[in-house]
Design a binder for this molecule. Structure first.
Ligand SMILES: Nc1ncnc2c1ncn2[C@@H]1O[C@H](COP(=O)(O)OP(=O)(O)OP(=O)(O)O)[C@@H](O)[C@H]1O
Length: 272
């Protein structure tokens, strides 16, 4: 299990624990295309970990491997000290890993509240048959699920749109509802695929604040892909840099900013 001796405290007082997920030597191929090539890194408990890199670098593929949508040909994923067997996305979700998508994946015709309730599905134990014979248990479960959802709605400040169909919301709020649905699952590890994409400056500031607050208040470990370098460098404890499917850098924002391979491939600052 996690090694408590590895706990460190950040400058802003957050606790970063031992390794929560260890990604070892992952290779993922689509026919002749190598999307990820022998890539390893870890995610520590309580940290905000970013994955960055140019278009086509393999970032989304990596998130899809972690969340069970893609199955790598080589490599291992260790979660909470145990090697993970090949898993389907719903099994990964049940392990406490939730995600958002690059292109918002919500039910547009359903209300904000109902969309967020779908985030509780992995926690629902009472099936239809059991509900028919044991209504009390189903009711208690429904109340507990509601409580979690209400807490998330308060936390993300979306009470005023709870009954609004998602299709009628502006883009920035849809992104926030997607975050709410992922949070409703009470994940141990939250994966965010380009949480700021397409947002204006104000929406980005709001989203950054929510990401930091989620991490701080719930202690949720967060791994995110993001192209906005200002946001990445501000939010992240550590950054993995990918290029052409390979890891080319890994470290604190300052270490990555000063890594010449990263500068050459991605950040585009001239040599001295
Ligand atoms: N389902 C797929 N089938 C075939 N090739 C794929 C598939 N998914 C990704 N790829 C290929 O794998 C490589 C890595 O793509 P990926 O989407 O992971 O990159 P990315 O870093 O997330 O890029 P972006 O920043 O543009 O989202 C690309 O060459 C891409 O075309």
């Amino acid at each position: 299990m996690l090694d408590s001796s590895e706990v460190t405290v950040t400058a802003d007082g957050r606790r970063i624990g031992g390794v929560l997920m260890d990604i070892r030597n992952i290779t993922l191929r689509f026919g002749g295309v190598v999307a990820i090539r022998d890539t390893s890194f870890d995610i520590r408990e309580g940290e905000i970990r970013a994955i960055i890199g140019p278009n086509g670098a393999g970032k989304s593929s990596m998130l899809n491997v972690i969340s069970g949508f893609y199955h790598p040909q080589e490599g291992e994923i260790w979660f909470r000290g145990e090697k993970r067997p090949p898993m389907k996305p719903y099994q990964v979700a049940r392990q406490g890993i939730a995600r958002t998508f690059q292109n918002i994946a919500l039910f547009e015709g359903m209300s904000v509240l109902d969309n967020i309730m779908t985030g509780r599905l992995t926690h629902m134990k009472t099936g239809l048959a059991a509900q028919a014979i044991w209504w009390g248990r189903a009711e208690a479960e429904e109340v507990a699920n509601r409580e979690v959802v209400e807490r998330v709605i308060d936390f993300l400040e979306i009470q005023h749109i709870r009954k609004t169909p998602v299709g009628r919301l502006p883009y920035g709020l849809k992104k926030r509802v997607e975050l709410a649905r992922a949070l409703a699952a009470e994940p141990k590890l939250l994966l965010l695929d380009e949480p700021m994409a397409g947002m204006n400056v104000e929406e980005k500031e709001d989203m950054s604040r929510f990401i930091l607050d989620v991490n701080d208040e719930f202690g949720t470990t967060i791994a995110l892909i993001e192209h906005d370098m200002g946001v990445v460098m501000d939010l992240s404890d550590r950054v993995v840099v990918m290029d052409y499917g390979k890891k080319i850098g890994d470290g604190t924002p300052d270490e990555v900013r000063n890594n010449q391979d990263v500068i050459d491939a991605y950040l585009g600052v001239a040599h001295d």
